[in-house]
Ligand binder design. Structure first.
Ligand SMILES: [Zn+2]
Length: 308
């Protein structure tokens, strides 16, 4: 019902956990946001006037191994992508995310806890209609073997993701996820992953200080080091789809389009969004009036709250 109206959460959410990269114990509080305010991050450990960072692709700064956003005062918040993916999938348009450190807690490495928290707080419809971004023209970014593109698609989002690893366990996997009919649960609960042999190099960059087998899948040759193995067969590529969905949320509106990528990641997605928005003829806003709504009886799995 009322899928086309903007949404926020009914009640505030409190969570705590450690930052994957900074290793700091962090308190996270998500408050309802007013209509048309979008997703706004607020650093409670930074003085007022400098502590607001809007979740916007233009504020993304050096997206290496996570998505980090920065305001004009240089204040940052990082690893926002799994929370942003939860907002995307659950249809939340407006919220204030308060955090007392520079990084969103990693929780179990997936979006599971964020989604559970949003669902238990409840979702509030607001009086304003959602604005969707309709892709009008194909835009593509290529970098060596990597590429990402977005092209027109009516009233839905498809993410077609290919991961290519030499590792014998991850290897090449491709999955096409359609938001209106896909299984969001297996996207939400897919955890971040890394190769055992990369850990030293990642740590030497000052990253992954809070990383452990409790919040990341670690793959060594053809073995998963986590006791319980994978949550499902597609967990690697599903996590990449989760990341991509979270990064798309930085458009400020949900997108009607078809994303195709091989070896994509935060940096490539951000380049695509910048290129896409640099030309006004690539897109337009689309508003779905309630009377156009046809999904009510279409059997879409609840709670897909994002499309008509
Ligand atoms: Zn991720």
């Amino acid at each position: 019902m009322h899928q086309n109206f903007q949404k926020t959460i009914k009640e505030a959410i409190q969570l705590e956990g450690v930052g994957l990269h900074n290793g700091i114990k962090t308190n996270l509080s998500i408050e309802p946001g007013v209509a048309n305010s979008g997703i706004v991050f607020k650093r409670t450990d930074i003085e007022k006037g400098k502590n607001i960072i809007e979740a916007n692709y233009q504020n993304v700064s050096s997206p290496i191994l996570c998505t980090k956003i920065k305001n004009s005062h240089g204040v940052t918040v990082s690893t926002i992508e799994h929370l942003m993916a939860a907002f995307y999938g659950e249809g939340i348009d407006n919220a204030i995310v308060e955090v007392d450190s520079p990084e969103i807690p990693i929780m179990d490495g997936s979006a599971f806890d964020f989604v559970e928290a949003i669902r238990s707080a409840g979702i509030q419809n607001q009086k304003h209609l959602k604005k969707f971004i309709k892709v009008l023209k194909k835009v593509e970014i290529k970098e060596g073997n990597k590429h990402i593109s977005i092209e027109p698609l009516a009233n839905d989002l498809i993410i077609d993701f290919e991961v290519v690893y030499e590792n014998p366990l991850i290897r090449t996997r491709r999955k096409t996820f359609k938001l209106s009919t896909g299984d969001l649960t297996s996207i939400y609960n897919s955890r971040t992953f890394c190769l055992y042999e990369d850990i030293d190099q990642i740590k030497s960059q000052g990253l992954a200080k809070g990383g452990s087998l409790d919040n990341a899948i670690v793959v060594k040759a053809n073995k998963i080091l986590n006791d319980d193995g994978l949550r499902h067969r597609d967990e690697f590529v599903n996590h990449k789809i989760l990341d991509c969905m979270g990064d798309l949320m930085l458009l400020g509106s949900r997108v009607f389009g078809h994303v195709k990528t091989s070896q994509g990641g935060h940096q490539l997605t951000n380049k695509l969004l910048r290129e896409f928005f640099s030309d006004k003829t690539n897109w337009e806003f689309q508003i779905l009036e309630e009377k156009e709504k046809t999904h009510k009886d279409s059997g879409y799995p609840s709670p897909i709250a994002v499309i008509a």
